[in-house]
Design a protein around this ligand. Structure first.
Ligand code: ADP
Ligand code: MG
Length: 561
């Protein structure tokens, strides 16, 4: 096909401008992003060749080469990984606006530092090239294909694409540096950036040895290549040999996040299944947390060969925000997605990793309370799903949950069920909650009146997931969870004799009125009762003990049930 010029999606240009502006102070990270992509491309090739050795085309030694040309003012990053077809280039490189773009723009603050983090979350990795370049040329040939593709853009409104020749497979990216970016035309500078950000990349990142000086001070130019990075799999190294910074840089690579992680767990597990896990909790929820098709997850390796990236099979849904790697020593190298789905071995690894993550969260909850509060804000709703999803760990997950309650009347979810138990009134044997579709509605529910009067704490539940949460968790540490809006309210030992007498007397006195109301409302209600749960409001609706709650009914209606 001949040369074609295509336009970027409308938002792309805006996103690019914004990115260049907010990331400029940290512009060297363009190299980290391009090296990270090259490394991913090599991982993919390794995996695809497991079933098709021909893809190696006789060249199985994978590497990433970085070079520069002072006269042409270019920096080049080349890999011999999987490469891309023309269609893949258009799909992967021609598009950065993904679902959620609108929302993304809405979140921007104008503060470069904050926006930089948001942009990182959004994943504009490749486009970081335009921070330092005013023209980028990408030439790529997919392994096993004969024709290659060249993509070129000045990062404005459009890009061109044409068929070209390329001998070696893989992708080569040439950055034509902007005026004033000559600092990157420097051997030492590029090498130190690679060491700083990409030391953990498992493939060799190679550069020319550079100049040295002979005995008489003459310059010796060497074209020989040397490996700049450590080039071993970080997770295979012993914990003591890995610095905090190395863990953090590795996180940025595996997660495609630009922020530092909140915490991580690194362990070698021995026993029936031998594997290494290095799992990270991000600081911030990604944009696609609630999307069916998510782009990133935990990566599975078998003996250091990348197999797949798929949170769904490696961790349960409610931990879908976890990033990192699992490297198994026992799984066969030719495992497929289908095999994984029914693998007992995977189930075991999964169960082990879930325990590790829960343990890590418990540790943060106990020892880093501020961090836990911010974790809960980002991921709490997702963690709550776990109570319904993961029966084996239900109680532990419930213990990690935090709620808004009448004790603070604040929307911030800060109270644990343990806190609640510790504050129960004498004679109280239930954990009370109210569900509603907003915090305001929960807080102002007339059902709470009697509880407020007696000083009994009630959980104020208004997240969408809460209905599922309470229907999955019938008790915690032996204490039943009870809705304040359901059935006849029996406060048991919390009521004194005098109150009970008074209630009975009332029931007699208002018998006629009740009958009248019942007759008037007719079919629309099941029963009309005198209540003592209200102190200010004249009447309220309650659901039958075993019936669906009013809020659940509204929820189901809203999704068309
Ligand atoms: P991400 O890495 O988070 O997916 P990027 O913007 O960094 O986002 O890259 C976009 C996509 O372009 C990648 O997912 C990949 O499909 C493709 N890509 C980028 N660089 C390469 C490369 N060197 N080789 C093959 N594919 C690449
Ligand atoms: Mg990337």
């Amino acid at each position: 096909m001949s040369k074609q010029t295509l336009g970027f999606q409308a938002e792309t240009k805006q996103l690019l401008q914004l990115m260049i502006h907010s990331l400029y102070s940290n512009k060297e990270i363009f190299l980290r992003e391009l090296v990270s992509n090259a490394s991913d491309a090599c991982d993919k090739l390794k995996f695809e060749s497991l079933n098709n050795d021909a893809l190696y085309e006789g060249d199985g030694s994978l590497h990433i080469d970085v070079s520069f040309d002072k006269d042409a003012r270019t920096v080049t990053i080349a890999d011999n990984g999987i490469g891309m077809t023309r269609d893949e280039v258009i799909a992967n490189i021609g598009t950065i606006a993904r679902s959620g773009t609108k929302e993304f723009f809405g979140k921007l603050s104008g503060d470069a530092q904050k926006d930089a983090n948001l942009i990182g979350q959004f994943g504009v990795g490749f486009y970081s090239a335009f921070i330092v370049a005013d023209r980028v040329t990408l030439t790529t040939r997919r392994a096993g294909e004969t024709s290659a593709t060249r993509w070129e853009s000045e990062g404005a409104g459009e890009f061109s694409i044409e068929d070209v020749e390329k001998t070696g497979r893989g992708t080569e990216i040439v950055l034509h540096l902007k005026e004033g970016e000559d600092e990157f035309l420097d051997d030492w500078r590029l090498k130190s950036i690679i060491k700083k950000y990409s030391d953990h990349i498992t493939l060799p990142i190679r550069m020319k040895k550079g100049n040295s000086y002979g005995e008489n001070g003459e310059v010796i130019v060497s074209d020989e290549l040397e490996t700049v990075n450590k080039a071993n799999a970080l997770w295979t190294r012993s914990k003591n040999d890995i610095s905090e910074d190395e863990y953090k840089q590795f996180y940025k690579h595996v997660s495609h996040d630009w922020e530092e992680p909140l915490a991580w767990s690194h362990a070698r597990v021995e026993g029936r299944q031998e594997y290494t896990e290095l799992l990270y909790i991000p600081k911030r929820a990604p944009f696609d947390l609630y999307e069916r098709e998510r782009r990133h997850g935990v990566k599975l390796f078998v003996k250091r060969v990348f197999i797949l990236e798929d949170a769904e099979k490696l961790l349960p849904q409610y931990l879908r925000f976890i990033r990192g790697v699992i490297d198994s020593n026992d799984l066969p190298l030719n495992v497929s997605r289908e095999i994984l789905q029914h693998s007992k071995d995977i189930e075991q690894i999964k169960a082990g990793c879930v325990k590790k993550v829960l343990g890590l969260l418990e540790d943060i909850a106990e020892n880093r309370q501020d961090d836990y509060a911010s974790f809960w804000k980002e991921f709490g709703k997702v963690v709550k799903e776990g109570v319904g999803e993961d029966h084996a760990n239900k109680e532990r997950i419930a213990g990690l949950c935090r709620f808004a309650t009448t004790a603070t009347d604040s929307e911030a979810q800060t109270v644990s069920l343990k806190d609640y138990l510790g504050r129960m009134k004498e004679g109280q044997d239930k954990i009370y909650y109210v569900t509603a579709d907003s915090f305001g509605a929960a807080k102002n529910s007339p059902h709470l009146e009697i509880f407020r009067k007696k000083g009994i704490e009630v959980l104020l539940l208004s997240d969408r997931v809460d209905e599922w949460f309470v229907s999955s968790l019938s008790e915690f540490e032996g204490k039943e969870l009870a809705s304040v809006a359901k059935g006849g309210l029996d406060l048991g030992a919390l009521e004194d004799e005098a109150e009970k007498k008074e209630q009975e007397a009332k029931a007699d006195a208002f018998k006629e009125l009740v009958e009248k109301v019942q007759a008037t409302l007719g079919e629309r209600v099941k029963e009309v009762r005198i209540t003592h749960r209200l102190t200010d409001s004249p009447a309220c609706l309650v659901a039958d003990e075993h019936a669906m709650s009013g809020n659940m009914e509204r929820l189901l209606k809203s999704i068309g049930q």
